[in-house]
Design a protein around this ligand. Structure first.
Ligand code: SF4
Ligand code: SF4
Length: 246
C-alpha cells in the first residue's frame, strides 16, 4: 500500500515504498540540475512576505527538505551544510512543525541546512532544486512535465509567475527526473500518486492544473479527464500576496 507524505512541510513530497535502491550519482545529478528557476532572484520577491524575512523554501519553519537516504550519505561525505531535521530547528514561536514522521517513506530522511546565509549552491539537495515543482505523471503513467506544489500557492512567488520559469531550468528538471525514473521506476510511481492527489484537490477547487510541459509549451489540464489545452503562462492564476504587485 502506498501512502503520502504530508506536502505542507515535507516539501519534496515523496510518496510510497521502494523495493530496490538504485545507485544514484548525486555528483552528476547536482552538476546537471543547477540552473536557477528564473533570471531574477525569486527569493528577493518572496522573502518580504515572510515574517522571518527569508525565502519561504529556505525557512525551516515553513518547509522541511526531504532527502533520499543515499543523498544524505553523499551529503555527509562532502559537506557540513546539512543535519538531520529536529523539531527544535524552527526557533520561531509562530513556526508550524506538525510533520508526521510516520508518513515519511522509509527511503527518505528529513533534513535541515545551516540556513540561507550559509547556503552552498552545489550541495543543495534535489528537493531544494525542484521546489516548488514535482514531476507530473498522468493516470496512464506518462511523465509529461512539471506541476507545482499547491500547498505553497500563498507563499512561493514562482507559483504566481510560472511565465518566469526559464527554459533551461525546465530542461534540466525534465532530464534529471528522466534519469531518476529510468534508474528507479518505483520513484515514478510515487509521483503518480502525488499527481493523483493534485487532481483530487483541483477537482474540489474546480481549477485546471497548469502544466509546464516537457515539450516546452504550457497547458491547462483538466483534473477530471486530463484533457489538455494550450495556454499562455502569463495568464495562469496569481495568488495572494502577489495579486496586486506591480
Ligand atoms: S522558489 Fe518560491 S519560495 Fe523559494 S525562493 Fe523562489 S519564490 Fe521563494
Ligand atoms: S540548502 Fe540552500 S537552497 Fe536548500 S534550504 Fe538551505 S538555504 Fe535553501
Amino acid at each position: 500500500m502506498a501512502k503520502s507524505v504530508p506536502t505542507k512541510l515535507a516539501r519534496s513530497a515523496k510518496i510510497g515504498y521502494v523495493i530496490d535502491y538504485p545507485q544514484l550519482d548525486f555528483n552528476k545529478l547536482y552538476e546537471t540540475f543547477h540552473a536557477p528557476i528564473s533570471d531574477l532572484d525569486c527569493g528577493k520577491k518572496c522573502a518580504p512576505h515572510n515574517s522571518h524575512g527569508i525565502p519561504f523554501c529556505c525557512d525551516i519553519c515553513h518547509a522541511i527538505p526531504a532527502g533520499y537516504d543515499s543523498e544524505w550519505k553523499y551529503l555527509q561525505k562532502h559537506t557540513d551544510l546539512w543535519h538531520l531535521w529536529d523539531k527544535d530547528d524552527c526557533k520561531s514561536q509562530n513556526g508550524t512543525q506538525e510533520v508526521t514522521i510516520d508518513d515519511l517513506p522509509e527511503n527518505m530522511v528529513l533534513l535541515a541546512c545551516e540556513g540561507v546565509q550559509h547556503c552552498q549552491r552545489h550541495y543543495r539537495a534535489i528537493s531544494c532544486r525542484q521546489f516548488p515543482f514535482f514531476p507530473y505523471v498522468t493516470a496512464d503513467f506518462r511523465f509529461i512535465g512539471m506541476a507545482y506544489d499547491w500547498e505553497f500557492e500563498n507563499q512561493c512567488w514562482v507559483i504566481s509567475h510560472l511565465d518566469q520559469v526559464s527554459d533551461i531550468y525546465r530542461q534540466e528538471f525534465i532530464q534529471t527526473f528522466d534519469e531518476i525514473f529510468n534508474l528507479w521506476p518505483e520513484e515514478m510511481e510515487s509521483y503518480a500518486i502525488k499527481s493523483e492527489e493534485m487532481r483530487a484537490a483541483f477537482i474540489q477547487k474546480r481549477y485546471r492544473i497548469p502544466i509546464l510541459h516537457r515539450n516546452g509549451k504550457n497547458y491547462l489540464l483538466s483534473p477530471r479527464n486530463e484533457n489538455i489545452r494550450i495556454a499562455s503562462a502569463i495568464n495562469f492564476r496569481v495568488f495572494n500576496p502577489y495579486r496586486n504587485e506591480k
